[in-house]
Design a protein around this ligand. Sequence first.
Ligand SMILES: Nc1ncnc2c1ncn2[C@@H]1O[C@H](COP(=O)(O)OP(=O)(O)OP(=O)(O)O)[C@@H](O)[C@H]1O
Ligand SMILES: [Mg+2]
Length: 369
Amino acid sequence: MNPFKYGTIVSGKNFCGRKTLLKQVMGYIESSQHIVILGERRVGKSSAVNEAVLKCKVGRLLYVDLLGIKSIDALCRRILRAIVVLEQKTGWFDKIIKTLSYLRPSISVDPITSMPTVSFDASVEMKANSILEILTLIESLSKKRRLVVVFDEFQDILSLEDSHEALALLRSKIQFQSDIPYIFIGSVWHKMDEIFTHHDSPFFKSAIPLMVDPLPYKEFSRFLKKKFITGQRKIDDEVLEKVFKIANNIPGDIQQLCEALWEVTSEKEIISPDKLKNALELIFAREQKSYENYVSLLTNIQLRCLMAIAKQGGKSVFSISFMKSAGFNNPSSVRRAITRLIKLSILFESGGEYKFINPFFRAWLPYKG
Ligand SMILES: Nc1ncnc2c1ncn2[C@@H]1O[C@H](COP(=O)(O)OP(=O)(O)OP(=O)(O)O)[C@@H](O)[C@H]1O
Ligand SMILES: [Mg+2]
């Protein structure tokens, strides 16, 4: 069985390293300090928090994913769903259901996946006030058995029309819940910054920030080599270093490429560098539709700019040599193209450099020509 996991939270024996970070997070959980976890996409933020909560055994994890929420109603439903799933097997369950009876909660088990599914009456629209009620419910549940509350993809709260009001309400309650550790996770740097460091934001300086960096090569490569050995495959540093480079050192992307490398090799094989090509082709084949979709959204100018970044990197996009090779004659058209590419979530900016969110899309562009 392929031992590489990507796109999901990893824990236990699938979780590598991060000793210092785990210790820090565990310490903050124990002292009920609110923290904000920041880091690039797929670097391992959710896994690190999940692992820390499991390890420190001082509270139950109430995990709320805010990815893609568009309204206060959706925010409330997400939190309530997490509460219902968490409390399903506890003695307070009936009480919660009673409290929420106006929403007609119904729980069932999906016959195919065996996962619990929770639904509420769609005709009731929850408004701002419900946020306060829900936080009070969290408080009373936590008094019975302590909760650790995690809001993942917290930056998406900014997509709400009334995001300022939602944040103000959350903050007004959370700041007095000093026995409950709240953990806010986010990956879109400028949005998290807007929430936690702008002085007119309700969440200004309300949580201690912690950065999740890529795993160090030495530690992560040892972990990956062991996984290859379980399938009687051998991989050496020459190939692994290339894997890290192609994947921009991002753990999730490294594991994705290792998963593909495993698929294109067989037992007793020593994995040679030329297998990388086959592994990438496998990934391209799986992801081609979405790459083509992205390309179809771009104008010629934007595509030229993207291609130049794929080939030359995104460090000095306003230099004469970059503009010349990409066919631009003024920096403002480069800027316009890049703004659009960021808006489409193809590129992101980090430390003055423009990078691809998906490193395999970067590899595919010049390959396709
Ligand atoms: N500590 C780790 N050990 C091994 N693999 C890891 C570790 N952390 C992350 N990964 C790899 O990265 C993938 C993504 O991890 P995770 O979902 O925790 O990251 P994230 O930063 O929350 O990502 P997203 O931005 O998509 O929310 C995992 O499926 C796994 O392949
Ligand atoms: Mg995550």
